[in-house]
Design a protein around this ligand. Sequence first.
Ligand code: UT7
Length: 328
Amino acid sequence: MSTFSHVRGLGFHVPERIYTNADLEKFVDTNDEWITTRTGIKQRHVVEDETCLDLVYGASVKALADANMDADELTHVIIATFTGDMPVPATSCVLLERLGIKNKVAMDLSAACSGFVYAIEVARALINLDPSAKILICGAEVLTSRVNWEDRSTCVLFGDGAGAAILTAGTEEEPGRVLDTLLSADGKPALNLTIKDSGSAHPYRLGDTVGKENFIEMQGREIYKHAVRSMTAISTEILAKHGLCADDVDVLLPHQANMRIIGAVGKKLGVPEEKVFVNVDKYGNTSAASIPIALAEAKESGFIKNGDLVLLTTFGGGLTWGASLIRF
Ligand code: UT7
């Protein structure tokens, strides 16, 4: 790639309603102590009337304002999600209408929790093809619509939200430059995290009732091990590729799935705790929205400062994983 791609604006949006661990205790056999010690999660935001599109719109408007851009300047819209408003049309197409724009490229991207980092790389490739491209990428999920509230091993983990970024071409010296992204996937352990219904392998028939296959099913321990291994390996690889080491990283921003996973990856990489951004306590695991929400919040709060080298690292269903280096 020869053209430089830059993050120009960031924004996030979460629903107002909050379920604390104590709220969950009222309808599932769990407790704050278990959730806190096993995951680090204290609360999650949960939609009431909003859909994925509403969350995407909220995050996108903020990212556009942060980039000082009008929606009509956009050339492409890419939304990473597996809980869009409908399978068809793509949520990205409907977003165009909500933003009052048309004649843009719009597509949804499916890479589960890694979707936003995948979208960074797709945007970077598009900017390399056409340096005049101005691309909105968004990670958004309404996971609580796909949670089995009777399954304590999964329902305590997830939350709803959206985060967005604007990417455009720029010069090497400008802030927000994406240095590189590495992506990977392995279909062998694919069934460790599934939502089976409505796919062609599990088609609906008229009169079918809702079953467990309509909701997230997960082999937590298997995913946990894979998450630590894959995020550590790909982060090490991207740093080595650029002649960098853990000491060069100013901020490590991992997928916010579980505090123990985040801690283990930071420790294995040798990045001290104070450089690791964490907000899983407030939002739970928001899948594709997790990295952009964290990025927007870390920038807004001053955790990420001008000149900082930020290492994003992620993993998710598929299984998919990836890492990205950005110089702010
Ligand atoms: O973005 C990718 C999405 N997936 C993930 O990030 C998941 C990665 N995995 C994890 O984060 C962890 O594996 C979990 C948090 C899901 C589970 O933690 P764990 O330490 O692996 O627990 P476990 O599944 O081995 O369960 C330990 C015990 C079990 O009881 P027994 O068999 O030891 O008596 C579970 O039944 O904890 C029990 N348990 C619960 N207890 C209270 C499971 N869920 C709960 C709960 N409240 N919510």
